[in-house]
Design a protein around this ligand. Sequence first.
Ligand code: ADP
Length: 673
Amino acid sequence: MKFRIKPITRLSIIFILAIVLSGSILTYFSINNISNLKELIEKRIIEEQRELYAEFSAALQNKLDIITTGLENGEDQPGVIKDSLLNRSLESDYIIQTFILNKTGKFVYPRFERIPEGFQIPLFSERFRTTYIEGEKAEFAEKDFRVAENYYLACLQNSTGSKDSVKALNALGRVAIKQNDERNAFSFYKLIVSDYFSESDAYGYPYVYYAMPQLLKITGVDNSEELASLIRFSLEQMNFGLIPLNYSTGDLLSAITDWLKEAAPISAEQLSHVNRLIESLDKQIQFVNIYGDELKEITEQSNQNSYYSTDNDFKIINSYSGDNHEFFLVNTDLYYTGGFLINLNNLFDTLVTEDLREGFDFNYVIEFPDDYILEDNNQSLVYSSQLNPYFPGQLIRIRLADEDLINDIVKRRSWIYGIASLLLLVAMVLGVALILRDIAREKHLARMRADFISNVTHELKTPLTSIRMYAESIMMGRVKSQTVRNDYLSVVVNESERLKRMINNILEFSKMEKRKQEYHPFKTNLSDILHKAISDMNYWLEEKGFKLKTDIDRDIAVEVDPEKFHQVYTNLLSNAIKYSGESKIISIRLFRNSKEVITEFEDKGIGIAIEHMEKIFEEFYRVERPESGDITGTGLGLTVAKEIVEAHGGEIYAESELGIGSKFIVRIPFVGD
Ligand code: ADP
């Protein structure tokens, strides 16, 4: 025999192969993907680090350009250059100090004067000079302070310019102190600070430096607020370069700090302002001390420290005086030498936080190590390189913010792929199992249908044979006796009834399959239907010698399709007859409770084994029992009965024991009148 695969099976095999094949391919690729993933991420990181480096370098360049572009030269006006430079330095914490030096290397800003700078013969009038000498004689030789005061007052009256006035005021303050006249001393010194702050003595020493320490010593006058204002005013002038700084500035600042600690409380606003000014001046003094000589060399072009020029003629010079994170950005081509001291670390911080690191896949840390060790970028995933030609000794190092990043990603991805593959596998197995089950079910059904055909044929043949035999006998006049003829006719009628019942079941089942069943329910007395079914089957009951016990409630009116229910009852009764075997007792009960109407068909026949109980209601299902002889049937009787009962909202089930008998129970809901 040739082996043939049915089309449906063939299709299923192709389908299974497709699932398994595509599943395997997907799994293979996902495993492959994971192993490539690490490499891909590493490649991307190296790319991004290069991009970040380029961006950083460009941003640095840009920053330097911004600082140095568009500054005003101001020719011989240091004020213009200073303002221009100072504006640039505002609000940028990487510019530590702005500076201007003249061509001889003397500081113009911060304005610092190293005294003595050279003695200048003052141009006092003769009258002022002689009166002043008299005053000094009285003050120092004779110690007659009142007389001295008068001479000095005369000087003040005779002064021809501010140089005279401030000198006289200073002498007046001095003798007032010597006379313990603090009130007058305060007024004289106050005038010096407020009106003559820019005046210096013959040695270039500003009078403010005489006046301020004296003012700070005066304690007997209630003048804290006023003095605080004077301090603030003078510090502002120093800060802006109108009062020069010198080697005594440091002492003056610490005297002011001490005074602030001891003085009667001054306003918080005033205090913070003064403190800020002191801080700034301290910085300026320090700056001059540390970088003065170096900047002088730069101005004189004698500094050989390597430097690079920016586009705007500014030179970048690494400072040797400060720490190695500082550099000068200086222009020696201006009328005055001007520029900035810049802290490289602060500049980096600004660049890193302000301008960079957007649009990158991963987070990086940018570092500027002190050492100069280049790492193998590909090995460690740390990118290091020279920062920029401007800063040849400075490295930039870019590394991942999260060192475990790659492992984490790979792990997470592996989990996702793992779970997805597992799900795929489960789906595949499930799919295959479902297909196999369907195939098995299809096969089973096909076999049942085949059995059904042969069963039906057999079922049709028996009654048809009897009908034909009895009808022929009558037709040929072989039966003479009327009673026998009537018996024959009754066989013909009942056999054809049996045929009709069978055909009805087949028709009903066919409608069921096409979902075209029709029900016409109306209020019916169920006992009438049951009696009709019993009387229709009466011939067979008597014929086979059955004893029928009935317990039927009359007047149970329910809404059912009478024809369909008749079919249910005859199916159940004919089964009870068919499967009764030797026992010939059938009991039928019809009764109701408050909720349901119950019909029971009980026989003492061959019974049903437990493993078939569930299945007997399935289409075409028949229990094979060679031991009980050949009982024919289509396997549709119970299927049709179940369909009809359930369509009426009821249920049908069996209770049975093999060899003892069976009971079929129909329950339908009862709706009271
Ligand atoms: P069939 O045409 O085979 O009688 P049914 O659907 O009416 O088909 O019944 C299905 C199967 O249930 C039968 O083959 C039979 O084995 C079993 N069966 C039905 N009624 C009884 C009963 N009263 N006693 C024992 N077995 C029964």
